[in-house]
Design a protein around this ligand. Structure first.
Ligand code: DP6
Length: 328
């Protein structure tokens, strides 16, 4: 911990949803319409420092060494305002955030970013560490960030009408099940439609939205039971259905959300082919073209080699279950 008053630094990791969050019960309060279950990923770390200072007229944000875009700073200020309201502190803050994984890694940095920001901001404002409050705070900025507060296998329940506080919780610690993720990166650059806009558009225009919301809890139940019994087949089959149902619902929107590239489908088919060759591996995609393959840690090299040979796959990245927030 720094000796500077009102300064704190936190580290949080990205996560991958095995059962997907897609859709909001309450957009203003950012309450998810469906439960989601994720794995927190090592070594994909975001490190964020927050310093509340008396010489600032407004909040300032540095992202990977560069001044952040206005929209990013505004989202940060919204979170900081909640911390100021809770702590009674009125000072503006200087925020610096660095992703220790490639931006075009196929894994969103918003989950790890808002989890680290929530933890650092609360600590810098003098609030004692409280994982549930940190998760609830992160969730209001980006729901997937609520999960990155915790390590291992984590669930964020669906929101309920009339209840405004919602945090994620640990289902199982990282060492519970020796799984790994291989990310097949299929494109460079930012995704065409961000998750927030994508889910709003889906809810507003897809005839399949209600069906998705209705079917998602049973898939989350399957993933949870599969984790409990360390049954990769059960987790994997539910995970594939969850991602395909989420994408089907977006594809049916008007106009349809088409996150996939030819390499996305090629990599997905390669994963299924690997299963016929005896490797237990399953695929998932988020709101982007990259494929994330879930397998046993012992099979990572085989899965990575197979995905790297798929035309259109630019590179792979490997991750294993990691810890939650670390304050330093
Ligand atoms: C497809 O958490 O980025 O990655 O709450 O609007 O910030 P907001 O959305 P976000 O959505 C993530 C969607 C997903 C699935 C998941 O991570 O569960």
């Amino acid at each position: 911990m720094s000796s500077k008053p009102h300064f704190a630094q936190a580290r949080a990791r990205a996560n991958i949803a095995l059962a997907k969050y897609w859709g909001k019960l309450d957009a203003e309060r950012n309450l998810p319409a469906v439960p989601s279950i994720s794995m927190t990923l090592d070594p994909l770390v975001t490190e964020t420092s927050v310093e509340f200072r008396s010489d600032l007229a407004r909040d300032e944000m540095i992202l990977n060494g560069e001044p952040a875009l206005a929209a990013e700073t505004t989202r940060t200020t919204t979170l900081l305002d909640r911390v100021r309201a809770e702590s009674g502190l009125s000072l503006r803050a200087r925020v610096s955030s660095k992703n220790h994984f490639p931006t075009a890694s196929g894994l969103a940095s918003s989950a790890s970013g808002f989890a680290a920001l929530a933890a650092a901001a609360r600590a810098a404002a003098g609030l004692p560490y409280d994982a549930a409050k940190t998760s609830d705070l992160a969730r209001q900025s980006s729901a997937s960030a609520a999960r990155s507060v915790y390590g291992g296998y984590v669930e964020l329940p669906a929101g309920k009408r009339g209840e405004h506080v919602l945090s994620a919780h640990v289902l199982f610690p990282p060492e519970h099940f020796d799984l790994a993720i291989v990310v097949a990166v299929t494109a460079e650059g930012r995704k065409s439609v961000g998750s927030t806009d994508g889910m709003t558009h889906t809810r507003d225009t897809s005839p399949y939205y209600d069906a998705w919301v209705k079917s998602a809890p049973a898939l989350a139940d399957e993933v949870r039971t599969g984790l409990e019994t360390r049954d990769l087949k059960r987790i994997g089959e539910a995970m594939e259905q969850s991602t395909l149902a989420m994408h089907a619902c977006g594809i049916a929107a008007g106009p349809g959300l088409l996150y996939w590239q030819p390499a996305t489908l090629a990599a997905f088919h390669r994963v299924r082919e690997l299963r016929t060759e005896g490797v237990e591996v399953y695929a998932t995609m988020d709101a982007g073209p990259h494929v994330k393959a879930l397998c046993r840690a012992a099979d990572v090299a085989k899965v990575a080699a197979a995905l790297e040979s798929v035309p259109g796959v630019l590179r792979t990245l490997r991750a294993t279950p990691g810890p939650g927030i670390q304050l330093n």
